[in-house]
Design a binder for this molecule. Sequence first.
Ligand code: 9MR
Length: 367
Amino acid sequence: MSLSRRAWLGGAGVALAAAGAAWADEPPLRDLAAAKGLRFGSAIGGRSFGDAQVRALVAAQCALVVPENELKWQALRPAPGVFAFDRADAILGWAAQTGLAVRGHNLFWTAPKWFPAWVNSYDFGSRPASEAERLIVEHVTTVVTRYGARIGSWDVVNEAIDPATGELRANAFTPYLGERCLDIAFHAARAAAPRAQMVYNDYMGWEAGNERHRAGVLRLLGRLKARGVPVDALGVQSHLGPGDLPTAPLDRAQPEAWRRFLGEATGMDLGLLVTEFDVDDRGVPGDVATRDAEVAAYAKAYLDLTLSFPQLRDVLCWGLDDRYSWLQSRSPRADGARKRGCPYGEDLRPKPLRAAMAEAFRAAPRR
Ligand code: 9MR
């Protein structure tokens, strides 16, 4: 049966099902993944967390969740010395009740635009290096300690490499600490949760145009390892599609370069996670069925290759549904149509991408 036919049958089953049992016709992605030693999960947060139907879908399909925004500095740190945990606590509380594991995202997102404004204009005083270190350690220790054993895996450092140059991004801390700001974050996280998995997370992709980014990330990981920094795994975000280009078709994959990249990362004794999977279809023309089929086929090829690495243990979507996907607020499609980059649609019914993910899990080697 073709991918799209299988998916349409799944969709029809869902249409007939009563609300609340809408996803009972197919094994959950969680179970298909678990059969191969994988955990399947998704981001949830903000408006998607406020939607009971989305919470039910995530609970039905996932083994783990990651708060989409609620653990970031911008959410947690309204002012120096102040921590606002309410929104993160709400998600963690729901996850605990629902039996979902939780990943933490993120402790140190290096681009200035993702820090609260007060960090970027912070007065580091007369001993700026020690104050910069104190600030990072205070943040990481407070957040990781609070969630202790409940968060077993942390994106400690997020997107530290500038894709254009392959070099470290500058921020408020780097004038005083240079790359050591990353080491400090990892060491503080490890000290606060010695048994948790510590991850470097970035969006270098398999598409052409990511060559410098991939090479820069590998160099960074090599330096971290050489300095004995406790980094356990590489998070490959997996936002497939045009990335930072205005638009582009889904025909720019470099499978052999991607295989080499993952081989080099795992060769450094790093685990792998797919942390933020989705497909931006702004460059895919045509009607819904054509777009969905192309997105599904492209994603299947990516997942087959990436899942061939037994070091890959977790696969998380950046949202299960098109209803709340961040892709909708990104560069729009030329035809103005809503994007269809998640496994479930606006109506929360499964799409061909969902079937492709199921097929990829079924085809994946056991680990
Ligand atoms: O999806 C997230 C969006 O809601 C936020 O506004 C944005 C800024 O915090 O971050 C988005 O998530 C990003 C993630 O944290 C890191 N990798 C890229 C994701 C998509 O931009």
